[in-house]
Design a protein around this ligand. Sequence first.
Ligand SMILES: [Zn+2]
Ligand SMILES: [Zn+2]
Length: 336
Amino acid sequence: MDDLQFGTRNKRGDWAPKEPLQIASSWAKPFNLMKFLRFIPEYLFPWNAFHMATALLYWFYVVPPVETLQTLAWSWALWLYAVNVAAIFVMYGSVELFWYVKRKQGTRFKYNGKFPADQPSDVFWFKSQNIDNFLRSFFISIPLWTLVEVIFLYAFAKGYVPWLTWSDNPWYLAALVLLCPVIHEVHFFCIHRLIHTDFLYKWVHSVHHNSVNPSPWSSLSMHPVEGFLYHAVALWHLVIPSNPIVAMFQLHVAGFGAVNGHIGFDKLEITEDTPLESHAYAHYLHHKYFEVNYGGDGLIPLDKWFGYWHDGTKEAEARMEARFEAKKARANAKRG
Ligand SMILES: [Zn+2]
Ligand SMILES: [Zn+2]
């Protein structure tokens, strides 16, 4: 595909989409029924449908029987960890292998014209973004993901929280499933904004931001505090009446869904003319500029409401610069 039909490339080789980022079309003003109807398939496919499919596969083929879950044991916790590792290795690893190692698409639709492997840096373990991000994902974040999974499965199995059944509450649970991406967006925005405060940024979140040019392995490359808070979104299902499959879906939206913001390409060319939209640009801009786009790509436009939204345009750039200047002035005034 010709990426210059869809965007522009600067002297450094960085590609940017022509169209500014849009918040979810369900927020169009005035309300537009056609746009809203068009939003529904975008909302479900392919990503949320994929996360639901993996949640069901887990529930029916991976999660042990309830009697087993009632006793905490390393055996089933390690089994869940092993499956999570294998699943992430295959899912994130295949994007890494084809788009970052084999570079099947070159830099077409790639926001940053360089590949992390070509830029060794001292901020990373072994000076390598790939090795650093890989180790942090598999030995820090995925164990914490599994910990959250063990906590809610155990709580449901022991009857510590209500376990609603699909036969008694089909409409409520279906509505809750549809709300999961919204819960994710709000939870992520709040914890993410929190770890961007000076102290927590320095000690916690800077680990994730070492990757200014993220690749899939960067998705879960986190400090342990962030790794736990991020996946803890599934624990909301111990607070609101729910069901373990819905909690599992919520967890997968976080764990598997983290890759979306870190794909680095606007479109993945699955074949010559079937592109897969990555929805990565909003979070790519977050990695580039740090203090913009704390949430996702505008399902709940919290960034817009709080004035952090960067849609890739020159106007957004100017607004951001003005905000940074004002912040600097405030800091200087305090010091002075
Ligand atoms: Zn990120
Ligand atoms: Zn951040």
